[in-house]
Design a protein around this ligand. Structure first.
Ligand code: T4K
Length: 371
């Protein structure tokens, strides 16, 4: 086994373009002194993203959370929203901050996305939408969800924060549902420092999303709507444009490392990895591993790795329905699979420049902890 790394290895590390490339992009910003409010880079980034993500309509935002919160607001909903508790805080907060009531659906054991067999049992006369999450880049059963949404006249808004560039049967994942939110946060496969986008179907949403991100201001004398400020600035868009040139290479490197983890950990008793769906083009956003009946518990492995300078993360523990701020309203026991998986899962370090020796070191440490 290699010796403990000198520097801490974190769960991820932002990918950055060559510095000169970004500096070159900054020159026109200095020349024009146009820093934000839908500048030239903003528009160019939007067009390039539409092509890369293979979606017809898209609006950019300052971050993924604002994108999701405002996408939900744009739908003008009331009542209950069926969603998953196995996610980042943002998903549920976006629902609640819109004055809507989240109804938590449990997840499946296979890929930790919403268990589609349970959705219909949660629909009431108050249900207005479904907000599923393609967690870790694992695609939800979009076909079944579409069918349920259509049958019950529900909006479907995907939290696609983890699925940048993913495809199902060659079609961009953002083409599913009424809208999908992508996050371009620094920790993501693809980033614009902070940033996000909403891909959507209905053309009318374009105007509403624009109003929502720009105070409802349509021109210097016309304020049409009580909007917020969710605009992406030119420095973000410039970083996005640079990173877009390198994203395929980044994903390729991640893929190699994910395969290495798989090679080392697959088939070991008590260790569960997600199975890949051959219809999906993945982005290898995260490397989740579930310890279920392994000789060491998740928290013991977390600790063993930490002692060796490897900082994994318990994404997503605790489940949202046991957060302090929601404790009075929900119970984690109502979604037992999510509750259990959240206590068994660890996301291992994965980023393009992670040395393969570290992947081996992480695997060796996990295997040693189970001896
Ligand atoms: N929906 C879902 C399902 C999401 O996962 C997220 C975000 C959202 C919605 C909302 O999208 P955004 O509004 O964020 O665009 C991180 C990210 O901040 C967050 O974007 C992400 N999900 C979540 C899963 O992970 P933390 O609290 O774990 O971040 P932090 O600061 O502990 O960073 C994690 C690791 O990343 C560090 O150990 C090192 C590395 N890192 C971090 C930063 C900030 C870098 O390499 N560079 C950096 O600049 O939430």
């Amino acid at each position: 086994m290699m010796k403990k790394p000198d520097k801490p290895v974190l769960v991820t590390r932002s990918s950055l373009p060559p510095l000169e490339e970004y500096v070159e992009m900054l020159k026109p910003i200095w020349d024009s002194a146009w820093l934000t409010n839908m500048g030239a880079y903003h528009e160019k980034f939007k067009e390039q993203l539409k092509r890369y993500l293979k979606v017809g309509s898209l609006e950019l935002f300052v971050n993924g959370h604002m994108a999701l919160e405002l996408a939900i607001q744009a739908m003008e909903l009331q009542g209950e929203v069926i969603t998953t508790p196995f996610t980042f805080a943002s998903t549920t907060h976006a629902i609640v901050r819109n004055g809507l009531t989240p109804v938590f659906c449990d997840i499946n054991e296979k890929d930790y996305t919403m268990d589609v067999d349970l959705i219909e049992g949660l629909i009431t006369e108050k249900t207005c939408a479904i907000v599923p999450v393609h967690v870790y880049g694992n695609l939800c059963d979009v076909e079944r969800i579409q069918e349920i949404g259509d049958r019950h006249h529900l909006k479907v808004i995907y939290d696609a924060a983890h699925t940048f560039g993913e495809e199902l049967d060659g079609e961009g994942v953002g083409a599913w549902g009424d809208a999908s939110m992508f996050s371009f946060h620094a920790t993501k496969v693809f980033h614009s420092i902070e940033g996000g986008a909403v891909a959507f179907k209905e053309k009318a949403l374009e105007r509403r999303l624009y109003q929502l991100k720009n105070f409802g201001i349509m021109d210097s004398e016309t304020v049409e709507y009580v909007g917020a400020n969710g605009k992406m600035n030119e420095f973000q868009a410039a970083m996005g444009l640079c990173n877009l040139r390198h994203v395929e290479e980044e994903i390729g490197k991640r893929r190699e490392l994910a395969m290495r983890y798989r090679q080392r950990l697959e088939g070991i008793e008590g260790i569960r990895l997600c199975r890949e769906n051959p219809r999906v083009k993945y982005n290898y956003a995260y490397m989740p591993v579930v310890f279920d009946g392994y000789k060491a518990e998740r928290d013991e492995i977390f600790q063993a790795l930490k002692e060796k300078n490897i900082y994994t993360r318990k994404y997503f523990y605790p489940c949202v329905n046991s957060y302090e701020c929601y404790r009075e309203r929900f119970r984690a026991e109502d979604t037992p699979v999510a509750d259990r998986i959240s206590k068994q899962v660890l996301t291992l370090p994965l980023y393009a420049d992670l040395p393969v020796e570290i992947v081996d070191f992480v695997c060796d440490t996990i295997l040693e902890a189970g001896e």
